[in-house]
Design a protein around this ligand. Structure first.
Ligand code: NIG
Ligand code: FE
Length: 430
């Protein structure tokens, strides 16, 4: 299939974009892409590709911008229940971490998730994934973390594997057993106040079990990422180090939640441990930013989170770029701080509150976000040999991304070479 006549074709070629290089879109005017068997065979000008592949069935992208599918590298997309009442409480003045410390927040979602069957969890998560897909996300990272006990965490991983298998979106799965201190280990949850006890359980019991379980349930897939919420009222820097060090010793690739509310030094530690990414990065210190800038650990910013919490502070993107960091964007889709599935909305926020240009935000949502889940060799750009994950956007110019918000600008999603037409939130096979 030849996708042709795109007003602008954004290739994002050349690998992850560091520091000041962020925003190189690699635009081909009147562009075309030849796709065969799930892969990109050739990228170039429409006249050249038409001449080289006469008679190839066509998909006309006249008047449209064509680009790689979005890669969303940080989501908590699987959970039970909702937190609409907590949203209202926060509007009435309650603070997010205080609600958590009082046994609500993440823990209220944990309660709803523990009582949900795997069928119910899959049924509730599927429409969220389809909303992501319809708004242009072709690969998403997805974390467990609302179980906080071995059996439920494994149920979440099993459900995520089933959803990945079902498609059309690809998932990069993360084990986040260290998302909060389990209620059994807190006074508010009715247990002993023993955060270290829960940290030891994650390290000594859960991580080895997850590794063994993964090898029997997903033998063909690489091990999932392991993540930890390094934050006051969650895991201290030392506890986070313990979790990630054990994870690394078992062969897991790692990530971290750092500096969402307080600067504990998690980003520098993530760099030291060779983490794929450090995420949130709102209160990050200059020393942590400098460490990120010298590393291959991707700085993942989640602007829906301060927006969702109505907090004024966002990731200091310009400082990260000045330090030569690799910046990426993600939704953080979760029931507490940011229930939003759309990377288009993330881009609109990043342009306004982080000072990114549309070109920078697009690169941060494709090639750089692919690198944050260590898949930049397969996805995130339109280059020969890569997976054919593309978007036909119903706009003539890439700057409409960011400029426009709150509506879906995707016309067609092409996933592994298959065309899905989007009609305002619905999709069907072409
Ligand atoms: O990334 N920070 C921890 N995890 C999520 C929030 C999860 C929740 O509130 O349920 C986040 O913001
Ligand atoms: Fe998160």
């Amino acid at each position: 299939m030849l996708i042709h006549s795109a007003t602008q074709l954004l290739t994002l070629s050349g690998g992850p974009q560091r520091g000041g290089a962020l925003g190189s879109l690699g635009i081909i005017e009147n562009g075309a892409v030849l796709v065969r068997d799930e892969k990109i065979v050739s990228v170039g000008r429409t006249d050249e590709l038409r001449a080289a592949y006469p008679g190839e069935p066509g998909l006309d992208a006249t008047g449209c911008m064509v680009m790689p599918g979005f890669v969303d590298p940080h989501t908590h997309v699987i959970w039970g229940g909702d937190r609409a009442r907590e949203f209202e409480m926060r509007l009435e003045g309650a603070k997010y971490l205080d609600i958590l410390a009082a046994g609500g927040g993440i823990i209220s979602t944990v309660r709803a998730t523990r009582t949900a069957s795997i069928e119910a969890l899959i049924a509730q998560t599927r429409p969220r994934l389809l909303r992501m897909f319809a708004t242009g996300t072709t690969t998403a990272e997805a974390k467990s973390g609302y179980g906080l006990q071995t059996a439920t965490e494994l149920r979440l991983l099993k459900a995520l594997l089933a959803l990945d298998d079902e498609g059309p979106m690809d998932l990069a799965i993360t084990f986040l057993g260290a998302h909060a201190i389990a209620p059994e280990y807190t006074l508010a949850g009715g247990g002993q106040d023993d955060p270290q006890g829960y940290t030891d359980l994650v390290c000594e019991t859960m991580l080895p079990i997850v590794r063994q379980w993964w090898e029997t349930h997903a033998p063909r897939l690489p091990l999932p990422f392991v993540d930890v919420f390094c934050e006051n009222k969650a895991f201290t820097l030392e506890q986070s180090r313990q979790v990630l060090t054990v994870a690394c010793s078992l062969g897991f690739p790692v990530k971290i939640h750092a500096d969402e509310f307080d600067n504990l030094g998690g980003a520098s530690m993530a760099v030291e441990l060779g983490a794929a990414s450090a995420d949130h990065l709102v209160k990050t210190s200059d020393a942590d930013i400098a460490a990120l800038g010298k590393s291959d650990t991707v700085a993942v910013s989640l602007p829906c989170t301060p927006f969702g919490l109505a907090e004024p502070e966002y990731t200091p993107a310009q400082k990260i770029l000045d330090a030569d960091g690799i910046l990426a964007l993600a939704t953080d889709c979760n029931p507490g701080t940011a229930w939003n599935e759309s990377m288009q909305f993330v881009i609109a926020l990043a342009c306004r509150y982080m000072g990114l240009t549309p070109a920078q935000a697009i690169a941060a949502s494709t090639i750089n976000s692919a690198h944050a889940i260590r898949r930049a060799d397969k996805i995130g750009s339109l280059e020969e040999g890569k997976q054919a994950d593309l978007l036909v956007m119903s706009v003539p110019d890439y700057r409409h991304l960011g400029y426009r918000f709150g509506t879906n600008l995707v016309k067609q999603v092409i996933k592994r070479g298959r065309v899905y037409s989007v009609d305002v939130g619905y999709y069907r096979t072409a």
